[in-house]
Design a protein around this ligand. Structure first.
Ligand SMILES: Cc1cc2nc3c(=O)[nH]c(=O)nc-3n(C[C@H](O)[C@H](O)[C@H](O)COP(=O)(O)OP(=O)(O)OC[C@H]3O[C@@H](n4cnc5c(N)ncnc54)[C@H](O)[C@@H]3O)c2cc1C
Length: 383
């Protein structure tokens, strides 16, 4: 099974890269993902191999060690990891590489040279630490502080639900540097995990995406040089939101590809499964459900293609359209994959069938990178 993408959207170089990603998933991910689920993370060697395949930091220029691709290469990765059943377990581990794009966009020359080559070689992992125990969607409530003391910041606070909490070598941390309330007082500061006072907390057990660690980190008066500030003081949320915009096209693409995979698996399953003297496919109910799903998939894909065409024409992502995609595609995914599980009967509840894994992974897509409700809030405010 392969993801049927709209050929006219992509340049030949993206289609060649798509095959590279497919081969990489088949060779390095599919045979190992069950072991990674047991370990609750992907090993370091995975990142090194992804780097060798040219999949990490794919849009970072060659002078910083990147393969020199463009943002569309990132979207190809999202589609392919979304369509792979392994992606249901580990997509967050791979797409966490979005931190390299955030770092490249917001870092100064010295910071780029210090961090990007290691990240792109798969030797140095970064996490993005915004969410706190008492504040997630509402960033104005973030409490972690970074107090200036000479040439250093002293960072105190805690973060939760952080992807790569257990493994990252450094984190981009949203911390309050100024007295301003709300998001204006927030800055983004790099904190290396080997600094005194940095602690890793609990590893959190999740319903899906288990080949990826998510957990807690905390800062007990961690001192970092002022040279670790990304961009300007008070502009931290602008940096984070740049990355979030990228996530709001990436995760809708994952959602679409995963729904398409569940649909393709389901068509095959119902054509083979028999009941009442015919196949499950032969019931009109099944064909009506499949027809509804195929229609939803086509509508969703048309919207994604529209956003990608806009990006190709203007070089920027349309914030409102990305917010709409972040609502509609994961909601569509929920409807489609739920129906696919139903058409599988008991098999759909068993992890050995792809739809079971796709179902639990899909639940995440409505929650992170901005919940459905927060996307509605953004769109509502723009009216
Ligand atoms: C697997 C996983 C990985 C994650 N990785 C990271 C990471 O790497 N880094 C990071 O910083 N965070 C990460 N997160 C956190 C994620 O970004 C947050 O969970 C998400 O932003 C929602 O915040 P919250 O959990 O605090 O929910 P809350 O903000 O408490 O929201 C709870 C509910 O209330 C709704 N709600 C909130 N405000 C409003 C409103 N104004 N109007 C209407 N409804 C509202 C929400 O939509 C939601 O339904 C991850 C989460 C998960 C599950």
């Amino acid at each position: 099974m392969t993801y049927q993408t709209n050929e006219s959207l992509w340049e030949p170089e993206h289609q060649i890269f798509r095959q590279t990603v497919r081969d990489f998933i088949a060779r390095e991910v599919d045979p190992n993902v069950d072991a990674w689920v047991e370990q609750y993370e992907v090993p370091r060697s995975f990142y090194r191999k992804a780097a060798e395949a040219g999949i990490l930091g794919v849009d970072i220029p060659e002078e910083y060690g990147g393969p020199g691709g463009d943002f569309l290469h990132r979207l190809v990765i999202a589609e392919e990891i979304g369509y792979s059943v392994s992606g249901a377990s580990m997509s967050t581990s791979l797409i966490a590489d979005g931190t390299s794009e955030i770092l490249y966009r917001s870092a100064n020359e010295e910071q780029r040279r210090r961090f990007l080559p290691g990240m792109i070689a798969g030797e140095y992992l970064f996490g993005l630490a915004i969410t706190e125990p008492d504040s997630g969607s509402d960033v104005s409530g973030l409490r972690t502080t970074a107090v200036r003391d000479g040439d250093e910041y002293v960072i105190t606070g805690s973060k939760t639900y952080i992807t790569q909490a257990n493994t990252a070598d450094a984190f981009m941390v949203a911390a309050r540097t100024g007295p301003d309330a709300g998001s204006k007082g927030l800055s983004m500061i790099i904190v290396e995990a080997d600094r005194p006072g940095f602690n890793r907390g609990r590893l959190l057990h999740k319903m899906g995406t288990k080949a990826s660690n998510t957990g807690e980190i905390s800062f007990d008066e961690v001192r970092v040089p002022v040279a670790n500030l990304l961009g300007e003081e008070g502009k931290g949320m602008r940096i984070a939101l740049g990355g979030v915009n990228m996530d709001r096209i990436t995760w809708p693409l994952v959602a679409h590809a995963a729904s398409q995979r569940a649909f393709d698996e389901t068509v095959e399953f119902v054509k083979n499964r028999k009941g009442f003297g015919q196949t499950i496919f032969d019931f009109q109910n099944t064909q009506f459900k499949l027809a509804e799903m195929k229609t939803e998939l086509a509508v969703g894909r048309a919207f994604l293609d529209d956003i990608i065409r806009d990006y190709k024409a203007n070089g920027t992502l349309d914030t409102m359209k990305c917010a709409m995609a972040k609502i509609w595609l994961p909601e569509m995914e929920a409807r489609v994959i739920d129906q696919c599980v139903q058409l599988h009967g008991g098999a759909g509840y068993m992890d050995e069938y792809p739809v079971s894994r796709l179902y639990t992974a899909a639940r995440l897509h409505r929650i992170f990178a901005g919940t459905t409700e927060i996307m509605k809030l953004l769109i509502g405010r723009s009216l």
